[in-house]
Every structure is written in structure tokens, then in C-alpha cells.
Design a protein around this ligand. Structure first.
Ligand SMILES: [Zn+2]
Length: 301
């Protein structure tokens, strides 16, 4: 068992034993306690299959609060290794940092239950703020102000820690099928709320493929980016496209949109999976260039 596994087990045990059952714990009650613990683990529990992991969530948010409450000055040393004097004086003017990006994913899993299970196990080390089921139900799994682990190693423009500035939305989809109509409807409702609450600009609704072109194909060519752009989430090319000027440098254009072009073929494929969708070969046709030029002027006017 790895260290995160041990952490999880300890968290689960702590979560369970810290509730009121502990008050009743005497030798004679061990068997009763074990039986009720097993019941809590099972999906037949009256509190539901996620009662236990919801307790772990609560304990982890408590530990986050403890970190925020720390009132200690930064420990600083100068280039010679000598301590720089520092003192804590708390300001009275602050609030929480807000997410400024929305990253859209497909789950690449076979069911919503499988995804909920993945995100409530420690070992996979992945999570998202929201998961949108095929029937339109939206599962909210993490407070928007906290950092989910959905982006992984990724880059967009000069941002190298997308998890710290974004909301992650996973859509239940195996990667080879269209998204359901009601799923997209729910997604639009969710995006509308996020955009309004956090004042997220249209350009900052992007896909996992955009920020991790070498590693990730989601949300893929079935994703309705055109419809999203019409509603103000992300951009899409205009119907009428003009030819780019002769000196148009498509690598720079991709970079200015935000793509990591250190592997150019991967960046081109990611761009085409998002903005062309009918073809994702790593070469730029004249149509691809026209689309890129049009889109680039929306991202970098
Ligand atoms: Zn993803």
C-alpha cells in the first residue's frame, strides 16, 4: 500500500471514530461497532454510499481551514543565508481567490458511478469540481474555491498550474460517443452560473486537450464548442473566413491563443480537435489556417 493509501485509511478511520459512536465505545460494544462500521462502508447504508467519503471531505476541508488560519510571517533568507527580519501583521481586507478558467473534460469511463468512485478513492489522485451525468444530473464534488486535481501537467499561455486557477468539469462520456442533449443543457446552466459568479471571460472556457496537447484528447471532436461559443463560453470561427496575410505565422498564432507549441504537431492536433473537429491530423491545410487566423483574432485582438 502506498502512502496516500495509508492517509486515506487513517482519514476514513478518523472520520468514522470521531463521530458520536465513540462515546458508546466500551469493550462490550466492539462487535456492535464493527457491524455498524461495515454497514457504513456498504452501499446499503441509510446515509448512502458516499456517507463515509463525505466525512473524509469534511475533515480535509477542516485541515485546509487550519492552513488558512496560520498567522505566521514568511521565513526568508538573503543570498548569504542570513535571516531577513519579518513579522506577521494581519490585514483586515481580503477574501477568497476566485477561479478564472473552466476546463472541460470527458471522463473516458463507462458510467457516472465509475467516475464518482474514481473521484472518491485516494489512489487515482484525481478529482473535479463537477461531473455532469448523461441524464443531466450535475454532481458537485468540491467547493469551487478549492483546488481539484483535474488538469495534471498542463500549460496555457504562461500559466503552468491550471489546477490553481480553474474549475474542472467532467462530462460522463466514454470518448467515442456524442454528448447527450440534456447533458449539454445542464452543462450550459452550470457554465452560466460559473461565468456570472466568478466573472470568467469567454476566452477562458477551454478543454483539457488545449492545455495538455501531448497527453489528453478530451473533450474531443464530439464536444459542441460551436454551441458553447454562441452562448458566450469559448470562441468559434465565423461562418465567413478570410485568407490570412502572407506573413501569417501559425505557430506564433497558436502560442498567442495559449497553446504550448513546444511540440508543434501535438499543438496543431489539439487546436484542430477543438476548432476544426472534422480532421485532427497534425498538418495545417488552407482551411485550418483560415480558421486559425479567424479564431486567433478573437483570442488576441
Ligand atoms: Zn481530462
Amino acid at each position: 500500500m502506498n502512502i496516500p493509501g495509508i492517509d486515506f485509511l487513517l482519514s476514513v478511520l478518523f472520520a468514522y471514530f470521531s463521530n458520536t459512536h465513540i462515546i458508546l465505545m466500551k469493550n462490550n460494544y466492539y462487535i456492535l461497532l464493527l457491524v455498524s462500521a461495515l454497514a457504513a462502508f456498504s452501499s446499503c447504508s441509510p446515509k448512502g454510499p458516499y456517507a463515509l467519503t463525505n466525512k473524509v471531505y469534511k475533515h480535509q476541508t477542516d485541515s485546509v481551514v487550519k492552513v488558512i488560519e496560520q498567522a505566521q510571517p514568511a521565513t526568508l533568507v538573503d543570498s548569504a543565508g542570513a535571516a531577513v527580519p519579518s513579522e506577521w501583521v494581519g490585514t483586515v481586507n481580503f477574501n477568497l481567490r476566485k477561479p478564472n478558467y473552466v476546463i472541460i473534460h470527458f471522463t473516458a469511463q463507462d458510467s457516472i458511478r465509475q467516475t464518482l468512485k474514481t473521484f472518491t478513492l485516494v489512489r487515482p489522485q484525481v478529482s473535479a469540481h463537477y461531473v455532469v451525468a448523461k441524464d443531466g444530473k450535475v454532481f458537485h464534488m468540491l467547493n469551487d474555491y478549492l483546488r481539484a486535481w483535474h488538469a495534471g501537467i498542463s500549460k496555457w499561455g504562461s500559466i503552468s498550474d491550471m489546477n490553481s486557477c480553474s474549475i474542472g468539469i467532467e462530462i460522463d462520456n466514454n470518448g467515442n460517443e456524442p454528448f447527450t442533449e440534456i447533458q449539454v443543457k445542464s452543462l450550459l446552466a452550470l457554465l452560466t452560473q460559473l461565468k456570472k459568479v466568478y466573472n470568467i471571460p469567454p476566452a477562458n472556457f477551454i478543454g483539457h486537450q488545449d492545455i495538455a496537447p501531448l497527453r489528453k484528447p478530451d473533450p474531443g471532436p464530439f464536444f459542441p464548442w460551436k454551441l458553447l461559443a454562441q452562448k458566450g463560453f469559448g470562441y468559434w470561427s465565423d461562418e465567413l473566413l478570410e485568407l490570412p496575410p502572407d506573413n501569417f505565422d501559425y505557430t506564433t498564432a497558436l502560442k498567442l491563443i495559449g497553446y504550448d507549441t513546444s511540440n508543434l504537431p501535438a499543438a496543431i492536433t489539439a487546436f484542430k480537435r477543438h476548432f476544426v473537429q472534422t480532421d485532427d491530423t497534425p498538418t495545417m491545410t488552407q482551411l485550418d489556417l483560415n480558421i486559425l487566423y479567424n479564431v486567433y483574432r478573437k483570442y488576441a485582438p
